[in-house]
Design a protein around this ligand. Structure first.
Ligand SMILES: Cc1cc2nc3c(=O)[nH]c(=O)nc-3n(C[C@H](O)[C@H](O)[C@H](O)COP(=O)(O)OP(=O)(O)OC[C@H]3O[C@@H](n4cnc5c(N)ncnc54)[C@H](O)[C@@H]3O)c2cc1C
Length: 385
């Protein structure tokens, strides 16, 4: 597969790199320390067309391809993993399913403002008692005439405290199992839709997540996304794409840690020599460099296939899961080793390394844990897919 970047892909990568260096990186440590939502950076991402980057222009998006999306995600996450995941959720988990499964009216009403960044979205699948086994959801939607009444709770919803629009999955027929799940679009301010305060967590402090309560939340049937009973398929299809975004986030975090470790190893001396002269340190750097290159290749391959799938009958479930699994476990390994190169200073809040180390960990959990990724890859391999 040829990963030579087109002129447009290189231009988007450069725009993201410049934005990350000038606007994002200088704020990242403080945003993390204060657990502060980056309102201004979200606005700037909207202005740059990054919040709906792969949605066609005529639907309010940036009109770019999924490779450009992955490249931009890597650059922004390299500066700040929180800002990266805010972008990823809006693109992959909100714009994408509305683009693919929404009606023309839903494109006009919901997708255009989300893809242009005028509005921000969140994706509600996980519940207090079900995550990996998403079909076992307790949130229910009951039809009353041409309305649906939703009751239940979703938790860990990234962007939840700030989102204008939520794509949410509800059980509409328990007897049908996963086929009894339906997706809906809910707008902020709808009575009975109640986002809770932001969660406290190990990393990605500036990317607020929260629990969403639904209490007698009444929405019109016009807000149903896709068919009744088609929600689980929408959720799985969406996550197939989302995993490329999280893999790119993981690679960005790991690249940041790696580059800082390389630089530090040239400056810090021990036993009369820079650390970089020690073979033990050189071996760590070699292992990290290989890991980064392998993750990048898997991510680009999955992104190329996802782009192809716009016009051809091509699947990328396994490739997206491979990219996500490899890149996220790689980010944990690389940030661990990069912190080791920094010695005690790696453990200090004075440097970014401890933030990269904490931020990497979530990439092995959300949008499907490493265990679930292995199940997906194994099942596809055994099917010969
Ligand atoms: C910061 C953060 C942000 C998030 N953002 C969102 C969001 O925006 N929207 C959303 O819907 N969700 C979100 N999530 C939820 C996330 O996707 C889930 O936490 C994740 O899917 C795992 O589900 P769980 O936490 O319920 O763990 P569980 O499913 O309870 O799993 C616990 C452990 O058991 C393992 N396990 C489960 N089943 C199997 C199996 N069959 N075989 C082997 N091992 C298994 C898991 O891999 C895991 O290690 C977020 C989570 C966090 C922490």
């Amino acid at each position: 597969m040829d990963f030579g970047l087109s002129e447009e892909q290189e231009m988007i990568q450069k725009a993201a790199r410049d934005f990350a260096a000038k606007a994002v990186a200088p704020r990242a440590r403080e945003l993390d320390e204060k657990s502060e939502w980056p309102t201004d950076l979200v606005q700037q991402m909207a202005d740059l067309g990054f919040l709906g980057i792969a949605i066609p222009d005529e639907l309010g998006g940036g009109g770019a391809d999924y490779v450009s999306y992955a490249l931009a995600m890597i650059e922004i996450s390299k500066a700040c993993a929180s800002t990266g995941v805010i972008m990823s959720v809006n693109n992959s988990l909100v714009c994408d399913p509305i683009y693919k499964f929404g009606s023309a009216e839903q494109h006009e009403k919901f997708l255009k403002p989300l893809a242009s960044g005028e509005k921000l979205g969140c994706f509600g699948l996980t519940e207090p008692s079900s995550g990996s086994d998403a079909s076992d959801m307790q949130t229910v939607a009951v039809q009353e005439g041409d309305e649906w009444v939703i009751n239940g709770a979703k938790n860990w919803i990234t962007n939840g405290p700030h989102a204008d629009t939520c794509v949410v999955f509800c059980c509409t027929d328990r007897s049908q199992g996963a086929r009894g799940t339906t997706a809906f679009i809910i707008e902020k301010g709808t009575p009975g839709y109640e986002p809770q305060p932001a969660d406290h967590k190990l990393g990605i402090h500036a990317a607020h997540s929260c629990t969403l309560f639904f209490e007698g939340c009444r929405i019109p049937d016009a807000n149903r996304l896709g068919e009744v009973g088609g929600g689980f398929k929408i959720a799985m299809n969406t996550l197939d794409g989302g995993r490329i975004g999280i893999a790119a986030q993981a690679l960005g975090i790991a690249e940041a840690a790696y580059e800082k470790a390389v630089q530090y190893s040239k400056e810090r001396k021990a036993f009369g020599q820079p650390l970089a002269k020690k073979q033990a340190i050189q071996f760590k750097i070699a292992d990290m460099a290989i890991d980064l290159a392998a993750a990048r290749a898997l991510i680009l391959k999955a992104a190329v296939l996802k782009e192809k799938a716009r016009t051809e009958k091509v699947r990328h479930t396994s490739e997206s899961a491979m990219a996500k699994l490899y890149a996220s476990e790689m980010a944990t390994r690389v940030t661990h080793q990069a912190l080791q190169v920094f010695g005690g200073y790696g453990y200090s809040k004075e440097y970014d390394m401890e933030r990269h180390y904490r931020d990497a960990r979530i990439t092995e959990i959300y949008e499907g844990t490493s265990e679930i990724m292995r199940i997906v890859i194994g099942a596809n391999a055994l099917k010969g897919a």
